[in-house]
Design a protein around this ligand. Structure first.
Ligand code: 5GP
Length: 251
């Protein structure tokens, strides 16, 4: 039969999605089996995925945004953390978290199994190093939806990571959400709100910030960030100041 020589150029690495490379590779396999193709020099490269840090105050709607993002962009998966906190209704082992005992958590720390870990709201949470590395090797963009202390550690350790902070349009929106979702009762919700007041200053330490006003717009912004096509809105300092003033004026 006819023989075709194919060279897989290195530059494909940048321009092809992992999926395309894999599809091309299996097509070439079929042709090669049929004796129609000789692979002259093949660089079958799977593109390493991106790590994406995703933070924002409790109640901002990180979970909802992540769920929507994962549905819209198939290259994105969520890193599943370990936690020692109790499982809530509707949560699933291995999907929302890996639920572990304090002892198991300590063991994981001892063997260096966490990329980072932190304690917050009475529970401990950690990002399993292998899980994230594995998904990134598969070419997935892995979202780490973690609180700020852990996020800072990851930023220090992994220079390539993309970091995004979600801000509320107003503090009233955030407070209403925290109270109305009724997850933890009024007192605890207000405690989280006070944490949020202090926390939003940290938006400055992230590469990107998004004002989470409308779910679809937020998801679109994140997808643009992944494509390198997003610019921060101006005046983050002014925005943070106005959010804080809003709360002070209430008292
Ligand atoms: P929740 O208990 O409401 O699911 O999460 C509480 C907080 O823990 C959230 O701010 C969440 O982002 C954070 N969190 C979840 N997983 C991790 C993790 O692996 N590491 C760190 N540092 N924080 C996490």
């Amino acid at each position: 039969g006819s023989r075709t020589e194919v060279t897989f150029a290195r530059r494909y690495r940048e321009s092809l999605s992992t999926q395309t490379v894999l599809e091309a590779a299996s097509l070439f396999d079929i042709l090669a089996d049929a004796g129609m193709l000789v692979l002259h020099s093949a660089y079958i490269v799977t593109r390493q995925g991106q790590g994406i840090l995703f933070s924002g105050p409790s109640g901002i709607g990180k979970g909802t945004v992540c769920k929507e993002l994962i549905q819209k962009d198939k290259s994105v998966v969520l890193s599943v953390s370990w936690t020692t906190r109790e499982r809530r209704k509707g949560e699933e082992e291995g999907v929302t978290y890996f639920y572990r005992t304090e002892e198991q958590f300590d063991e994981m720390i001892a063997k260096g199994g966490f990329l980072e870990y932190a304690g917050i709201y009475g529970g401990r949470y950690g990002t399993p190093r292998d899980y994230v590395a594995q998904r990134m090797r598969e070419g997935k963009n892995v979202v780490l939806e973690i609180e700020t202390k852990g996020a800072m550690k990851v930023m220090e350790a992994e220079k390539d990571v993309i970091s995004i902070y979600l801000l509320p349009p107003t503090m009233k929106v955030l407070r209403d959400r925290l109270i109305n979702r009724g997850r933890e009762g009024y007192e605890k919700a207000m405690q989280r709100f006070r944490c949020a007041y202090d926390e939003i200053d940290l938006a400055r330490d992230y590469q990107y910030y998004i004002v989470n006003e409308q779910l679809n717009a937020t998801v679109r912004s994140i997808m643009n960030i992944l494509r390198g096509e997003y610019r921060n809105p101006d005046d983050l300092d002014g925005r943070i100041r106005r959010l804080k003033e809003e709360v002070s004026n209430d008292h």
